[in-house]
Design a protein around this ligand. Structure first.
Ligand code: NAI
Length: 329
């Protein structure tokens, strides 16, 4: 199998290069993202491998099909960046449904603890010999109510950790999970009773902007919002309004609606021309991490192994265990 690997970062090579040799595959690593301009570099390859922010639009899929690419292997769990309808009957899509739900659940907790106790501000103060603690007051988490939207693999683990902290867990999911240590409620109750809200559902037509002006209006004053799922679950403009009016007490965001233009890149010598992102970064009570919740050793190893297992199934003409089809939309 010859694999064209788009949007490569140094850490991808570390995990994929040695494993691909073990599998007998050849990988060509490209640093650029897959798009209509770069798709031509997939010519002559059996498989294309992409990450979360490579838009596999209908146009891109048509080009890959034209170039004879037989499989699109996502080295991630989410597949909202792929036009599944366009891919149908042309190129099968496989993904890594789960690599380390623990990694994402723990990062969500890290964001919650940091935003609540203002660790990011304390860190910069003490590095500057400023040992003043004014403005750094947080709140006890024990006894507080935490709302978990989406209680699949990640949401369940997140709920378990929150319960371990002594928090009251409320959950919202069309498919309740009996292993979740909490009470299932409707979305309105989740919004109105939670001191903290953490999002763990996939981005779909139903969940797009599930947090918007009218949902924020239903929330408790001072609510903390954590999003490690997908940026477009939140209407950024409404989030900014909620932060400005102090309705929202803080946010920990690992994802952002328009992240594909910024995240994973070092833009430290450039001007951010996205005013909403720039505004978000300006709040003292907002922490933005750059889609790094998945980024642990365990997860990277699992991503590489499952991606190459997916490709091996394709190479052997076997049924594709982790295929994503229109029914998953
Ligand atoms: P999962 O498929 O195990 O769980 C998703 C849950 O969301 C399911 O229980 C499903 O019933 C529920 N759900 C679907 N529609 C819903 C709705 N309208 N309202 C409430 N719940 C709904 O997925 P998993 O593995 O827990 O991942 C969740 C999400 O986390 C992924 O879709 C992905 O977007 C995100 N993710 C983020 C990563 C990061 O690095 N920041 C890494 C991996 C995943």
């Amino acid at each position: 199998m010859k694999i064209a690997f788009f949007d490569t970062k140094p850490y991808d090579r570390i995990w994929f290069q040695p494993l691909s040799e073990e599998y007998g595959f050849t990988i060509k690593f490209y640093e650029y993202k897959l798009n209509t301009e770069t798709a031509v570099f997939a010519k002559g390859f059996d498989v294309v491998c992409v990450f979360v922010n490579d838009p596999a639009t209908a146009e891109v899929i048509d080009l890959l099909h034209q170039y004879g690419v037989g499989l699109l292997a996502l080295r991630c769990s989410g597949y909202n960046q792929v036009d599944l309808k366009a891919a149908q009957g042309k190129i099968p899509i496989v993904r890594v449904p789960s690599y380390s739900p623990t990694a994402i659940a723990e990062h969500a907790i890290a964001l919650l603890l940091a935003v609540n106790r203002k660790i990011h501000r304390a860190y910069t103060r003490t590095r500057d010999n400023n040992f003043n603690i004014n403005g750094l007051m947080g709140t006890d988490l024990r006894g507080k109510t935490i709302g978990v939207a989406g209680t699949g693999r990640i949401g369940q683990l997140f709920a378990e950790i929150a319960a371990g902290f002594g928090m009251r867990v409320l959950a919202y999911d069309p498919y309740p999970n009996p292993a979740v240590p909490g009470e299932y409620v409707g979305l309105d109750t989740l919004l109105s009773q939670s001191d903290i809200l953490s999002l763990h559902c996939p981005l779909t037509r139903d969940t797009h902007h599930m947090i918007r002006a009218d949902s924020i209006a239903k929330m408790k004053d001072g609510v903390l919002i954590i999003n490690t799922s997908r940026g477009a679950l939140i209407d950024t403009e409404a989030l900014l309004d909620g932060l400005k009016s102090k309705k929202i007490g803080g946010a920990g965001l690992d994802v952002y609606e328009e992240e594909e233009h910024y995240f994973f890149e070092d833009l430290s010598d450039q001007i951010i021309d996205d005013d909403e992102l720039a505004r978000l970064l300006s709040f003292p009570n907002v922490i933005v991490t750059s889609h790094q919740a998945f980024f642990t050793r365990e997860a990277m190893e699992a991503i590489a192994r499952v991606t190459l297992d997916n490709i091996r199934e394709y190479a052997d003409g076997k049924p594709l265990t982790n295929e994503v089809t229109l029914k998953d939309k």
